[in-house]
Design a protein around this ligand. Structure first.
Ligand SMILES: Cc1cc2nc3c(=O)[nH]c(=O)nc-3n(C[C@H](O)[C@H](O)[C@H](O)COP(=O)(O)O)c2cc1C
Length: 206
């Protein structure tokens, strides 16, 4: 449930039950929402690349708590399903290039107040599709926060994102290991991260 639907639920509860009986629901929501209220009226984009679904799952969980628009970074030529062939192509793209061609129209970053950018960690850094994406967008001083999934560690994902996100104002990122996501143990960490983002001053070029 995100901030907008929580507000709608309160309004509905007050209308249908009357003030007093709706009070517990109102108190409960006030207890969990002040930190995220700051983001309620902001235009938010959650852009992500995911090859095997884990980062997509993290993006959905973020979206469930925050709302906004989800945008999947897709490849014109998807990666092979064979692990060795995937690893070989992924490494070649990062080390020698060329970076992969993306499919679809990219969103315009300066339509948003906050852009969350997520991907798996590959070879300790950003995967090549995210590098392609970042080469093509200019954040024009919009606030950007990264998120990543990995098996062992986030490596240099977050400093590399900062270096490659042109004209972005970087906020705190969140990296989660893939096992926690698969076991459904990450909602609290995502919630605390969103609360920390909501106390960040958003820079937007709108
Ligand atoms: C080509 C490739 C390289 C990877 N490199 C790393 C790495 O350097 N460090 C790490 O912790 N995990 C690494 N992983 C594991 C992924 O980061 C992890 O499985 C991630 O959650 C996958 O996300 P996805 O399902 O959204 O694609 C790698 C996976 C692949 C396929």
């Amino acid at each position: 449930m995100n901030i907008r639907s929580i507000s709608a639920n309160i309004a509905f509860a007050v209308r249908s039950n009357g003030g007093i009986s709706a009070l517990p629901a109102v108190i409960a929501v006030l207890a969990i929402s002040p930190a995220t209220d700051a983001l309620a009226d902001q235009k938010i984009l959650i852009a992500y690349f995911s090859n095997s679904g884990t980062t997509a799952e993290m993006a959905r969980k973020i979206h469930d708590q925050l709302g906004g628009e989800l945008y999947e970074i897709k490849l014109a030529e998807p990666y092979p399903t064979n692990g060795a062939a995937l690893a070989e192509r992924a490494r070649r793209e990062v080390e020698k290039g060329p970076l992969p061609v993306l499919d679809g129209t990219l969103p315009t970053m300066n339509h948003y107040d906050l852009v969350l950018v997520g991907a798996p960690v590959w070879w300790n850094t950003l995967p090549a599709p995210l590098m392609s994406f970042l080469k093509q967008v200019d954040f024009k001083q919009t606030t950007v926060a990264g998120f990543a999934t990995y098996s062992l560690s986030s490596g240099t994902f977050f400093p590399d994102l900062k270096a490659q996100a042109r004209n972005a104002v970087l906020a705190e990122g969140l990296g989660l290991d893939e096992f926690g996501i698969r076991q459904g143990q990450v909602d609290d960490r995502i919630g605390s991260w969103i609360r920390s983002l909501s106390s960040t001053d958003l820079h937007s070029s709108q």
